[in-house]
Design a protein around this ligand. Structure first.
Ligand code: HEC
Length: 257
């Protein structure tokens, strides 16, 4: 064998030159790929992937929600108690209203009920002189209370206290739906407004009597007349008078201790 046999030549063959860039690139790619490989734990298991962990979390969340409600999903009854009523905050004004002197309390109630009357008799109670009479100084408003109550509850067919007949000659009944409280209030109000000053209170008890007397009339639900008033209703409604300064509950108009 000659010494110039190329196979035995230990020198690198410079003709088959190594592409350094290519070789270097391969080293980089391969080491990056092995770096991406999951690390194998000592026991030989792969770590669980993040996707599996997230999926398990979602399943646990839903299962927890369902099981917490004893198998019934979205059981709102536990969150919103049945018949739940929010209580007033302490000092939130649910206590007894401040008492007012009887005359003021009854009149305040009556002023509201007077909205039934003011379309005809006017906000100032003076009427219009032609179709609606004035309630200021009216003989049927002042004095005996029974006749005034009968007019409110049943209406009146003229002539009225002045001997005059107004407008259509009839006032329609205003008693529909009127409670004893309302009647007591509006009577007290009119008797102490527009220049009237009876200074007394028509009590709820008196108004209750008026409702009974009205229902027991010979011809109920028809307007009263001056004749009927003169014959039957010239009287004070029965009942204990109430001192106008007595403190009363302005809501139920009952005297307070
Ligand atoms: C729809 C209109 C109308 C309404 C509402 C009305 N009235 Fe009259 N009222 C009259 C008319 C009209 C007369 C006179 C009737 C007549 O001349 O025949 C009258 C007469 C009266 C009289 C008699 C006055 C007197 O001096 O003889 C009184 C008291 C009275 N009304 C009180 C009231 C009160 C209190 C209310 C409210 C609760 C009321 N009226 C609601 C129309 C009305």
């Amino acid at each position: 064998m000659s010494s110039n046999n190329p196979q035995s030549n230990p020198k690198p063959d410079l003709d088959e030159s190594i592409n350094v860039t290519q070789a270097h690139g391969r080293v980089v790619r391969e080491s990056a790929a092995s770096a991406r490989e999951k690390r194998i734990a000592d026991n030989g298991h792969e770590p669980a992937s993040l996707g599996i962990i997230v999926a398990c979390g979602i399943v646990l969340l839903i299962a927890g929600g369902v099981l917490d409600n004893a198998g019934v999903p979205f059981k709102y009854g536990d969150t919103f108690r049945e018949g739940y009523v929010r209580e007033k905050a302490p000092g939130g004004g649910d206590e007894e209203p401040l008492p007012k002197p009887a005359l003021a309390a009854f009149s305040a109630r009556g002023a509201k009920i007077y909205s039934k009357c003011n379309g005809c008799h006017g906000a100032d109670g003076k009427g219009d002189g032609a179709n609606y009479p004035s309630l200021a100084g009216s003989e049927y408003v002042l004095g005996d209370t029974e006749k005034f109550a009968m007019i409110i509850l049943n209406g009146i067919q003229g002539p009225i206290s002045t001997g005059k007949t107004y407008g259509a000659g009839i006032m329609p009944a205003q008693g529909t739906g009127m409670s004893a409280d309302d009647l007591a209030g509006v009577m007290t109000y009119v008797r102490n407004s527009f220049g009237n000053s009876s200074g007394d209170v028509v009590t709820v008890e008196m108004a209750q009597k008026a409702l009974e007397i009205s229902a027991a009339r010979e011809n109920p639900n028809t307007p009263v007349t001056a004749d009927e008033i003169a014959a039957k209703h010239m009287a004070m409604l029965p009942g204990e008078p109430l001192d106008p300064t007595t403190p009363v509950n302005p809501v139920n108009l009952q005297p307070v201790e």
